[in-house]
Design a protein around this ligand. Structure first.
Ligand code: ZN
Length: 228
């Protein structure tokens, strides 16, 4: 292990521990369910299996290569590691993955209903509907392959009768994806009780997604500039 790899891995481990706690605090999971990972080069740092998130320490998450070999020991990796590895192998752009079991997302996943872009936030964060993967047992390569197929190039997919996976360019973004989908799923359930929710058309979704990816967030302003 190179010294700089060691420093990057340690930083990534701290971030994974932070996101796991946040996932629990924000009630996106109950108990030790769910998992978080981040990619560092050709490696990934993933939550250990079945540990209390509030007791996790920075040395607990193991560092693995994309074939699943342990590069830096910690605890035993999450049982959903095949899904994390498979997503990273198929998506160069993904730097972090958060997998939750939040209630409204789980409701849609149990009803096997996709979540259409009914809110601008969903269009911005996901760029289309959240599809439901075909069913496979948890922890299997079959589930991993089916999640990758449902994900396509979007930022989230439902695992049927199970939960949600959100991906992003950072751990913060993947966590936010999971929160936005959970909120969107809740709004979709309520809006469906009130009538038929209006789905944003493809053109608006494309515009919102593009604006989010290219312009959203902070950057430095300079005198004379009219910020757009
Ligand atoms: Zn799960």
């Amino acid at each position: 292990m190179k010294e700089e790899d060691g420093a990057r891995w340690q930083q990534a481990r701290e971030k994974v521990v932070w996101a796991s706690r946040e996932m629990s605090i924000r009630r996106l999971v109950v108990g030790t369910w769910g998992n978080v990972s981040t990619r560092v080069g050709d490696c990934l740092v993933v939550t250990p299996s079945g540990m209390d998130y509030m007791k996790l320490q920075a040395d607990d998450p193991p560092v693995l290569d994309l074939e699943g070999r342990v590069l830096l020991g910690g605890r035993r990796p999450s049982t959903e590691t095949p899904m994390h590895r498979t997503i990273y192998r198929h998506r160069e752009d993904v730097r972090a993955i958060v997998h939750t079991h939040s209630p409204y997302a789980a409701a849609l996943s149990a009803a096997r209903q996709p979540l259409p872009p009914i809110l601008e936030e969903l269009a911005q964060m996901i760029g289309g509907e959240v599809r439901v993967a075909e069913y496979a047992l948890p922890g299997t390569q079959e589930l991993a392959d089916r999640v990758v197929a449902a994900l396509g190039d979007s930022a989230a997919a439902f695992l049927p009768n199970h939960g949600l996976v959100g991906v992003g360019r950072s751990v913060n973004e993947a966590l936010l994806v999971c929160e936005i989908v959970e909120k969107g799923a809740m709004v979709y359930c309520y809006a469906s009780m009130l009538g038929k929710p209006t789905v944003l058309d493809e053109e608006k979704v494309k515009w919102l997604r593009n604006e989010f990816l290219t312009h959203y967030g902070q950057k430095k302003t300079t005198p004379g500039e009219v910020p757009g």
